[in-house]
Design a protein around this ligand. Structure first.
Ligand SMILES: Nc1nc2c(ncn2[C@@H]2O[C@H](COP(=O)(O)OP(=O)(O)OP(=O)(O)O)[C@@H](O)[C@H]2O)c(=O)[nH]1
Ligand SMILES: [Mg+2]
Length: 378
């Protein structure tokens, strides 16, 4: 299956049926009154949130959506049948933007949520409805109006409470795998993660939050290096970002410099995203001495004195419990997203993205390659 999180598609809602022009004729009524009925309304195009879907791949092969036209009115004051609505299921987390105006059309965040994205045309009036005391035999009738027709851009972003940020190899997927039952790919080479992963982190059976892991960023990501910032948008609905930095990076780089580099890339990508709350997490502390860990933490703290900072080892589990409980409390006390909040957080980032990508064609898949979908909620 393809992982597709951006598509452009054309939607045309049904035309309204024309009104009818007719006069009643019967054996005893050679000149009966006007009896042309109204046309039926055109069908709307409606998106419906579906929690079971997690890709926009279906739209890649069906880039045109049309709903039925209303039928023409008939004699004997018969109203034409309405065109049925076309109801299309989309993943929860899909935002819909008008491609021409770049206006936000809708945000589908909850299962069963219905949003009309293109309104069907109105049926025209038949001549029956034009009759009056002064005109007993009107010949006027109305044509149906066209349905709305537009090009829409759909963006799918995962719905998570906490997002993981960091260079490749920082240990993001490993953290997700130890705190949730998600089983993302993990390896000692960069860019192991190719698509976003989601995991539900349970601190006890009744309390949980959702964590999102995305591919790592490198210097120049905002201008397309590595996998670029293409997946950063998946963090746009989260209130809180965890920035993971290796205590002693395998590539010999420096933890503090890495942190600054990656955050610079994030701000190049979206100022709105860069303004989110960030906690720093020093990873792989089992791979360095206690003194080294403390030295790195001290320098990171000096860089951002107000920012919470955690030291963890996914390998030995040190610091994992403290981190997950602190996250749970933060999510419960102020960060648990409701749909409206998720939308407004997301809108700002989407605006940044749209402003930058106005002129670029919409990518439809990772490098045009077929990739395995690991994108899932467990
Ligand atoms: N010693 C040690 N190694 C770790 C720890 N956490 C992760 N690793 C190793 O670090 C390497 C990279 O881990 P990943 O979780 O794949 O890193 P990532 O940040 O998801 O990397 P990308 O997907 O490439 O962005 C793997 O070889 C892991 O086994 C840890 O706590 N201690
Ligand atoms: Mg990974």
């Amino acid at each position: 299956m393809l992982f597709v999180d951006e598509v452009t598609l054309d939607v045309t809602a049904g035309r309204g049926g024309d009104g009818c022009m007719s006069f009643h004729r019967g054996p005893n009524q050679p000149k009966g009154g006007p009896d042309g009925g109204n046309g039926g309304n055109g069908g709307n195009i409606v998106f419906r949130g579906d929690a079971a879907l997690n890709t926009l791949v279906d739209f890649k092969y069906r880039p045109i959506l049309k709903s039925a036209n209303g039928r023409q009115g008939g004699s004997s004051v018969k109203t034409g049948a309405s065109g049925g609505d076309l109801v299309v299921d989309v993943p929860c987390g899909t935002s819909v933007v008008d491609d021409a105006t770049l206006e936000y059309v809708a945000d589908i965040t909850s299962p069963g949520q219905l949003v009309v994205v293109a309104r069907g045309g109105d049926g025209g009036r038949g001549n029956h409805s034009y009759r009056s005391s002064t005109n007993r035999a009107p010949r006027e009738f109305e044509r149906g109006t066209p349905g709305e027709s537009k090009r829409l851009r759909l963006h799918l972003k995962v719905l998570a409470d906490v997002g993981l940020l960091g260079k490749p190899n920082a240990g993001k997927s490993t953290l997700l795998s130890v705190v949730s039952s998600s089983k993302p790919a993990i390896a000692d080479y960069p860019f192991t993660t190719l698509v976003p992963n989601l995991g539900v982190v349970h601190v006890d059976p009744a309390r949980s939050f959702v964590m999102a892991d995305i591919p790592g960023l490198i210097e120049g990501a905002a201008s397309g290096h590595g996998l670029g910032t293409r997946f950063l948008k998946h963090l746009s609905r989260t209130h809180l970002l965890l920035h993971l930095v290796e205590v002693a990076p395998l590539d010999g780089s420096d933890a503090c410099e890495n942190l600054t580099t990656i955050e610079h890339e994030v701000s190049e990508f979206s100022v709105a995203l860069a303004e989110r709350e960030v906690w720093t997490v020093v990873t792989k502390i089992d791979a360095a001495s206690t003194e080294e860990v403390h030295a790195v933490t001290r320098r990171l703290r000096a860089l951002h004195p107000d920012r919470p900072i955690f030291e963890i080892s996914a390998a030995t589990q040190r610091g994992i419990r403290e981190l997950t409980f602190a996250l749970m409390e933060a999510v419960e006390s102020r960060l648990k997203l409701d749909a409206d909040e998720s939308t407004s957080l997301d809108k700002d980032v989407l605006t940044d993205i749209l402003n930058r990508t106005k002129s670029r064609p919409t990518p439809t898949a990772v490098d045009g390659e077929q990739v395995e979908v690991i994108y899932q909620r467990d």
